[in-house]
Design a protein around this ligand. Structure first.
Ligand code: KIV
Ligand code: ZN
Length: 524
């Protein structure tokens, strides 16, 4: 195993490494939590796409986090597997242990370096922070020779002090130096200048990899990351769909497609197979319950749609008139197989392949096929979006403790609405019947009678997957319990079944979140 370095990167041409932190910084955002199975699915999708480094989690945060990082280190081949650690011995040891099974492994250790963070958060003098930099990197090198050091709140750090910290980290053996814009405060010219300064002033900075980690509080995360690349950064840290703390992190798909589409400007390659972008985006959105806004760059539903007459006319004459990249380049396939109620298993399997779903096991395939047939009985035209919604819904539930079995509803203006629901909780079948002020109220009360929790419903949202009155409903639900937020999604041609599935999805996520008992570990 050899550490990565700036000079090696230069030899292989001008390329930038993609460090994906969807499973760490992304998963840390409010409402977002993934269980081990879900994290593994995302990690496999990232590996298939050619991500260079996967930050798989923060092993000290909980046993679940540790086990997920360890499982990814064991099972996901290709990328370097990285674990995060504060500048504390127990964090570093735990991260070192979790990544041990990986073929190529990295410890990412960090400490705050800005005056504000040192004084108020760490309550440490700069000299003590500098000592902690050396001590933490040295300890991490005991586990692996691929060590990344980050200056948390780096963009608001005094430049001279930042240079001293970076120099200390390099001397102690860090092979990647990451400068986060932790609070999304920087603007591109200013952020790029930090990298120029480091390369000019810090001995050895040209022999390690400089990295950028940007948050999106001012909507500048991608612009700042690209400015850093222009100034010499050769790693960018990003997440699928830009999920992450507060306004999120720099979006992987936007950075990759900007570098690819404007290659003439940047002259920089990535190792990403961009055709995997759409699939990864859908996977992360389904698993986390965070839907992608329709006008989101690259992966939004409208990103390649042309509505106005003038644009449609231009597109018919030459696609380049209004399209700067092809839908195929991000994995949006133009459908060739039309599906309906007469389609059999072989056609369904081919359709899934066409849609990039090839990680489906036999049981999940059977369940998805049964649901597809049921949908085809209720809906005339089956669109690709219907199948993606249905299969994602099915795959998301593979390891759930609570599973939907059936639902009966009495609703309308005559009599009191009531719901009768059957669930499977850890393999045991349970049922309840409850009335409510309306069918949704009755349904959620019936579920609550079977699964104990104190969560309150903070959001209930329904959206139609396609047009038409027979469209599938996709329901999003946000639950809050003891300061913890979770989001659940469910899809079905029946809005109330979709609502039940979404509520159950959120409850399953709450179970995962309950075991994470160290929120302070995520903030310091
Ligand atoms: O935003 C940040 O500063 C971080 C560090 C832990 C790298 O996520
Ligand atoms: Zn961050």
């Amino acid at each position: 195993m050899s550490p990565t370095s700036q000079s090696e990167t230069a030899e292989t041409g001008r390329s930038v490494r993609i460090f994906d932190t969807t499973l760490r910084d992304g998963e840390q955002s409010p409402g977002c939590s993934m269980n081990q199975e879900e994290k593994l699915r995302v990690a496999h999708a990232l590996a298939e796409m050619g991500v260079d480094i996967i930050e798989a989690g923060f092993p000290i945060a909980s046993t679940g986090d540790f086990e997920a990082v360890e499982a990814i280190a064991k099972q996901v081949q290709g990328p370097v597997i990285c674990g995060l650690a504060r500048a504390q011995p127990r964090d570093i040891d735990r991260a070192g242990e979790a990544i041990r099974p990986a073929e190529r492994r990295r410890i990412h250790t960090f400490i705050s370096t800005s005056p504000l963070h040192m004084k108020h958060k760490l309550q440490m003098e700069p000299a003590a922070v500098l000592d902690a930099v050396t001590a933490s990197v040295t300890r991490a090198r005991g586990f692996t020779d691929d060590v990344e050091w980050s200056a948390e709140d780096g963009s608001r750090t005094d430049p001279d002090f930042l240079c001293r910290c970076v120099e200390a980290a390099i001397k102690a053996g860090a092979t990647t130096i990451n400068i986060p814009d932790t609070v999304g405060y920087a603007v591109p010219a200013e952020f790029g200048a930090i990298f120029t300064d480091l390369l000019n002033r810090v001995p050895g900075a040209d022999r390690i990899t400089l990295s950028a980690h940007c948050h999106n509080d001012l909507g500048l995360a991608v612009a700042n990351s690209l400015a850093a690349v222009e100034a010499g950064a050769r790693q960018v840290e990003c997440t699928i769909n830009g999920i992450g703390e507060r306004a999120g992190n720099a979006a992987l798909e936007e950075i990759v497609m900007a570098l690819r589409t404007r290659h003439g400007v940047f002259g920089i390659d990535t190792g990403i197979r961009s055709e995997g972008i759409t699939r990864a985006s859908r996977l992360v959105s389904t698993i986390t319950g965070f839907s992608v806004q329709p006008n989101k760059a690259i992966v939004g539903a409208n990103a390649f749609a042309h509505e106005s007459g003038i644009h449609q006319d231009g597109m018919l004459k030459h696609a380049g008139t209004y399209e700067i990249m092809t839908p195929e380049s991000v994995g949006l396939v133009r459908s060739t197989l039309v599906m309906g109620k007469h389609s059999g298993r072989a056609a369904f399997r081919s359709k899934l392949r066409e849609l990039g779903v090839d990680d489906i096991g036999d049981n999940a395939f059977e369940d998805a096929f049964v649901r597809f047939k049921d949908l085809a009985d209720h809906k005339k035209d089956i669109f690709d979006e219907d199948i993606v919604a249905l299969v994602d819904d099915e795959l998301t539930r593979i390891n759930d403790h609570i599973r939907f079995v059936s639902l009966g509803i009495m609703a309308g203006s005559i009599g009191q609405p009531s719901a009768q629901i059957v669930l499977e909780v850890d393999g045991e079948t349970r049922w309840s019947q409850t009335s409510g002020s309306g069918p949704v109220d009755a349904l959620f009360k019936a579920i609550s009678a079977l699964v104990e929790h104190q969560a309150t419903l903070a959001l209930y949202q329904v959206h139609a997957v396609t047009g038409g009155t027979d469209a599938q409903a996709e329901v999003t639900i946000r639950l809050e319990e003891d300061g913890k937020t979770v989001i659940g999604q469910g899809a079905d041609h029946d809005t109330l079944v979709a609502s039940a599935r979404a509520y159950i999805h959120a409850l399953n996520k709450l179970l995962v979140k309950r075991e994470r008992q160290a929120p302070e570990a995520l903030s310091a």
